[in-house]
Design a protein around this ligand. Structure first.
Ligand SMILES: [Zn+2]
Length: 449
């Protein structure tokens, strides 16, 4: 097998592994608290054994918020009561058929209602009549069912409806997962993703899958990474607020770059949302990586922030977090039952998202300000780094081209240009320069830290 074929087949194998892990964890009735969050974290822990599963008690004050009561679902459905035998007894909106049928954090109810009363508790998507929407009401007590608009239109005004929702709100805990991979220094790279959506593929199974595989990859490095790496798997918003309430001061002092992974498994685009500042190290890295892996990417400003970066990047917190994504939330299946594995999220989509995030982390680990160690140009020939025959003809050869790249690179090693700065000037992806950096370091021609 040629090297290229080998890479392609190992990529395909990785894509298949990402996808099969997605199949394993997608179908769980997750919410911001509850058993399914713990079950999800345990599945991640099987792949990444050093993941710590942590808990914070319901009612704990976390900045301006409170950790909510733990919510769990036994069952939820609507039974049609009709004089028409063809409809009588039919069960619809069964939670166990699709977790999206029950509005997240619905309270218990067992009543027989007329159509109009029931309808006030039903949610559909008019612009996608076949899809079940994903709706939650975490902080106001109510109940509701979600169904396709098509199914709503089949309900009859003369029928009555037995509604059963059996849920519990208990003094429990909010769970999150944390993994710290020790680096050469205490300063860190933070990777965050959220774990609170039930059976939705791109938002957010994809984020959990990519973060898990990155955590696994960096846990098994033979050489310590330069920065310490921290992975956080927490329920969106309340989870990151809770996490920050425990660790903010340390994170503010030590996090040099932070990535939030979401909607990162579809095939359509590559996107990222910048920090408020727009010019932090994280922004610089992600902007560079995106530009060099694809022409089909979008940079979105902070004004359109969507997820946990809202907490990490809030004014008094200021942790430089960029959202690393494929289609962000700009896809028609978003927050509906159409956000599925196989159609929206694919092997190649997950693989692309994984490589995007991996390159961002690697580029951050490598980012440094190289400085040449000799005055004037070093003599490369005596080190075997420069062709020994120079003529108009040999100037066109690959050896000269490579040597030119190396000398151009060296000419910017002034301690003021970073690797990414130099890569931009040379119109290269920064990873194309890692080989040159190694050669120059091995020959003691540059120092980087
Ligand atoms: Zn969402």
């Amino acid at each position: 097998m040629s090297e290229e074929n080998l890479t392609q087949s190992s990529n395909e194998a990785l894509g298949a592994k990402l996808f099969s892990f997605a199949q394993k964890i997608i179908n769980m009735p997750r919410s911001i608290t509850g058993q399914a969050v713990r079950d999800t974290l345990r599945e991640i822990q099987i792949k990444v054994p050093k993941l710590k599963i942590c808990e914070v008690k319901s009612g704990t004050q976390v900045f301006d918020w409170q950790v909510p009561l733990e919510w769990n679902v036994k069952e939820a459905y609507i039974k049609i009561l009709s004089k028409d035998k063809s409809r009588d007894g039919k069960i619809i909106c069964n939670f166990h058929d699709n977790y999206l049928h029950l509005m997240g954090y619905s309270e218990s109810v067992h009543e027989v209602l007329d159509y109009q009363t029931l309808k006030a508790h039903l949610y559909t998507l008019k612009d996608n009549e076949e899809a079940i929407p994903y709706i939650t009401s975490y902080y106001k007590r109510r109940w509701g069912f979600c169904l396709s608009h098509k199914e709503l239109l089949t309900l009859q005004e003369e029928d009555r409806y037995e509604v059963l929702i059996d849920t519990s709100f208990t003094q429990g805990v909010l769970n999150y997962g944390e993994l710290i991979i020790e680096g050469e220094i205490q300063d860190e790279i933070l990777v965050s993703t959220y774990i609170c959506h039930p059976n939705l593929a791109n938002n957010e199974t994809s984020g959990m899958v990519v973060a898990t595989f990155l955590a696994d990859y960096f846990s098994n490095l033979k050489v310590k990474p330069y920065y310490t790496l921290r992975f956080v798997f927490a329920p969106e918003t309340i989870g990151s607020i809770t996490y920050l309430s425990l660790h903010m001061q340390y994170l503010k002092e030590h996090v040099k770059a932070a990535f939030n992974l979401t909607c990162i498994g579809d095939d359509r685009k590559y996107s990222f949302i910048t920090t408020r500042d727009g010019n932090t190290l994280t922004d610089k890295v992600v902007r560079h990586v995106a530009k060099h892996i694809t022409e089909n990417y979008f940079e979105v400003p902070w004004l359109y922030r969507i997820s946990d970066e809202r907490q990490y990047g809030a004014p008094l917190v200021n942790i430089p977090m960029v959202v690393v994504s494929r289609s962000l939330t700009n896809y028609p299946e978003y927050h509906s039952s159409f956000d599925k594995l196989g159609t929206v999220v694919t092997e190649s989509g997950l693989l692309g998202g994984y490589n995007f995030a991996l390159k961002c982390i690697e580029a951050t680990l490598q980012e440094a300000y190289p400085q040449v160690t000799v005055f004037c140009e070093p003599q490369l020939g005596k080190r075997g780094l420069y062709p020994d025959l120079s003529s108009k003809e040999t100037w066109k050869t690959k050896a000269f081209y490579d040597a030119r790249l190396l000398t151009n690179f060296l000419s910017y090693c002034d301690g003021k240009h970073s690797l990414i700065d130099i890569a931009e000037i040379l119109h290269k992806a920064v990873w194309e320069l890692y080989g040159i950096v190694d050669v120059l370091l091995n020959n003691n021609l540059i120092k980087i830290r």
